[in-house]
Design a binder for this molecule. Structure first.
Ligand code: NAD
Length: 248
């Protein structure tokens, strides 16, 4: 394994499970210091045990909470060079007429507002350093409707606008901001490709188009590529990492 991230300090949200955990593990293996955030303290404890002596700092709490964001910045001590806005939640495949306000607000808060607030919090130090790398985790639901209910599709479309706009404003300052769109990935999230509710709500046609699920490690490879210098000329991009699902 190359040592692409020596000297980097990277924040990964939702690092207790799935794509976030695989990304944090890969970054640590390649020399980064990682600040891992998750709602779930037990999952973060398990990650700490798995990575042993590698430089991992954990922050427990809801990443849409201002106090948790302040804590992440504080443990970063002004040295945060990378951010992976990965924490996200699904929406139980809810169609528009059935959305209740609490679900709508929760999905938008965690999937859109939290990434905005975290970028807002880490950008000043990145601009001062003239260097920063941000990856926002979007979704197949960023480009089509058939992968989720309405709140989630809306939130993940918004992640693309958030990514492009931030890339436009901060690219000249040396900060690259990209998004990765996972298709089906085997994690703990309730996704349509394996759920009965997904089949009921979205129908068999959508389910039949979904390719075999990717591994979280495959997504970590795409995310760390966007964080690395191999993607030096890429800014504001939405990288489909979906096994070709979007070609159908
Ligand atoms: P996962 O449920 O396995 O892991 C997500 C982690 O985020 C969990 O440990 C959870 O506790 C944490 N989390 C959730 N809300 C949080 C909050 N408010 N604050 C802090 N931590 C929080 O899910 P995953 O599949 O690895 O999902 C990661 C990202 O990938 C999400 O943004 C999701 O929308 C996106 N995604 C996943 C798939 C898929 O098929 N798995 C497809 C497209 C996009």
């Amino acid at each position: 394994i190359p040592n692409r991230f020596a000297g980097a300090t990277v924040v990964v949200t939702g690092a207790g499970s799935g794509i976030g955990k695989a990304t944090a593990t890969r970054l640590l293996a390649e020399g980064a210091r990682v600040i891992a955030s998750d709602l779930d303290a037990e999952r973060l404890d398990a990650l700490s045990v798995e990575v042993g002596d590698l430089p991992l700092t954990t922050v427990v709490g809801d990443v849409s909470d201002d106090a948790v964001i302040a804590q992440i910045v504080e443990v970063g001590e002004g040295r945060i060079t990378g951010l992976v806005n990965n924490a996200g939640i699904m929406d139980a495949f809810v169609p528009t007429a059935e959305i209740d306000d609490a679900l709508w607000e929760r999905v938008l808060r965690i999937n859109v507002t939290a990434p905005m607030k975290l970028m807002r919090a880490v950008l000043p130090a990145m601009v001062e350093a003239g260097h920063g790398r941000i990856v926002n985790v979007a979704s197949e639901a960023s480009i089509r409707a058939g992968a989720s209910g309405t709140p989630y599709a809306t939130s993940k479309h918004a992640v693309v606008g958030l990514t492009k706009s931030t890339a436009l404003f901060y690219g000249p300052a040396g900060v690259r901001v990209n998004a990765v769109a996972p298709g089906a990935v085997a994690t703990n999230i309730e996704a349509p490709f394996r759920s009965e509710l997904g089949a009921q709500r979205l129908g068999p046609i959508m389910q039949a188009t979904v390719p075999a699920p990717a591994t979280a490690e495959q997504l970590a490879a795409s995310i760390t590529w966007l964080l690395s210098e191999d993607s030096a000329n890429v800014n504001g991009a939405l990288l489909m990492s979906d096994g070709g699902w979007s070609t159908i």
